[in-house]
Design a protein around this ligand. Structure first.
Ligand code: ZN
Length: 318
C-alpha cells in the first residue's frame, strides 16, 4: 500500500510518436485528500467521487477551451448528486449529496448508488472564462450509460464528442489516480513530418488500449505515475510534455453566497431572520461558514452593489 501524506499533484500529458494517440496520467491524491478533509462520505461514495475528481482534471487538461468544466451525476438512489468542478488552471473542488434515508453498502457501484430506477443523468457543463454578453455555458446531458465512472465518460465522449477515449480510474480514502487515452482525430498526417496512415493510427490506438488494459485498479492505487508510465509504455516511443499540477481550490465568496440568498427571495430570507435572527450558510464544497444578520440581509435586497463592498476588507475569508 502506498501512503503519500504530502506532495504535489501531477498531471502528465504525453503523445505517441506518430501522433495517433494522446494520453494523460494523473495523480491527484493531495487534492482528493483536501476534499475528504472537509466531508465524511461512505466508502463507496469516496470511490466514485475520487474517480470523478481524477476524470474531471483529465478531461479539463485535454479541452481546447479556457474555462471551467463541471461534471455532475444526478442520481435517483442513495446518492442524489456528485459534483466536481475544475477550472482552467486545474483547480478543483468536489462534493456529494446523499439521501439521508438510504443506507450505502461498501461495495455499492454507480448503478446501485445513482441509477437504481434508470433516471440517473450525467451532465457536463463547460463554462467559458470570458463569456460573450448573453453567452450561456454549454451543457451536455446524457443518461447514465455504464456501471462505473470510466464507462459513463467513455460513452459520453464517443457519442457527444466523437472521440474514442479510454479511462482507467482508481480512488480510495487516500489516493486518486487515473489514466486517459484518446485516439486523435485523423488529419491524414499532413501536419506531421512523417505522415501516418489511418491504418497505422488505428494500430497504435489498439496497442495503446491493450497496454492500458493491463492496468489493474489495485495497481493504479499502489503505484506512482512515473513508474506506471515506464511499466505500461516502455516499448513505445512517446513524447512527454511538461507536467501540470492540479490543486484544491474553492471559488466560494461572500458575494456569491449573497447572490444565492437574493435568488432565494426576500420573503424566504426574512422568514429565517424572523425565526433565528440571522442566516447561516455553509459552502457545500469547502464547508466555509457565511453568516448574514438582519442588516446584511436588508442590504442584499436594497442594493445592486456587490455584497463584498458592504464589508470591511479582511472579513471575507479566502
Ligand atoms: Zn467553498
Amino acid at each position: 500500500m502506498s501512503i503519500t501524506i504530502t506532495g504535489q499533484d501531477t498531471l502528465q500529458k504525453f503523445i505517441f510518436d506518430n501522433a495517433a494517440v494522446r494520453g494523460e496520467l494523473i495523480d491527484i491524491s493531495a487534492t482528493w485528500r483536501e476534499v475528504l478533509s472537509r466531508h465524511e462520505y461512505p466508502v463507496a461514495v469516496k470511490k466514485l467521487l475520487g474517480q470523478m475528481t481524477a476524470a474531471a482534471a483529465l478531461l479539463s487538461a485535454n479541452l481546447k477551451f479556457n474555462g471551467s468544466i463541471i461534471m455532475q451525476i444526478h442520481g435517483d438512489g442513495p446518492v442524489r448528486l456528485l459534483v466536481v468542478e475544475c477550472d482552467a488552471e486545474l483547480r478543483l473542488r468536489a462534493t456529494a449529496k446523499l439521501n439521508p434515508d438510504l443506507a450505502i453498502a461498501d461495495d455499492a457501484n454507480l448503478t446501485t448508488l445513482l441509477n437504481p430506477h434508470g433516471n440517473g443523468r450525467f451532465i457536463i457543463t463547460l463554462d467559458p472564462l470570458d463569456k460573450m454578453p448573453g453567452q450561456q455555458p454549454y451543457q451536455g446531458v446524457v443518461p447514465l450509460d455504464g456501471d462505473d465512472v470510466a464507462t459513463v465518460i467513455e460513452n459520453y465522449m464517443l457519442r457527444s464528442e466523437q472521440l474514442d477515449t479510454k479511462l482507467w480510474l482508481a480512488a480510495d480514502d487516500n489516493v486518486s489516480r487515473g489514466l486517459l487515452l484518446q485516439k486523435l482525430p485523423h488529419h491524414g498526417g499532413k501536419a506531421e513530418a512523417t505522415p501516418v496512415s489511418e491504418e497505422d493510427a488505428l494500430e497504435t490506438w489498439n496497442r495503446a488500449v491493450m497496454l492500458g488494459s493491463t492496468l489493474k485498479e489495485q495497481e493504479l492505487l499502489d503505484t506512482g505515475i512515473e513508474v506506471l508510465m515506464q511499466r505500461l509504455f516502455w516499448e513505445e516511443t512517446i513524447r512527454v510534455f511538461d507536467p501540470q499540477h492540479p490543486q484544491f481550490h474553492c471559488s466560494c465568496t461572500r458575494e456569491k453566497v449573497g447572490n444565492m440568498l437574493k435568488m432565494l427571495g426576500r420573503e424566504e430570507v426574512e422568514s429565517v431572520i424572523a425565526e433565528l435572527g440571522h442566516v447561516g450558510v455553509n459552502c457545500d464544497f469547502c464547508g466555509q461558514h457565511y453568516e448574514y444578520d438582519k442588516v446584511d440581509c436588508a442590504q442584499l435586497f436594497v442594493s445592486n452593489d456587490p455584497v463584498e463592498a458592504l464589508l470591511p476588507a479582511g472579513e471575507v475569508k479566502h
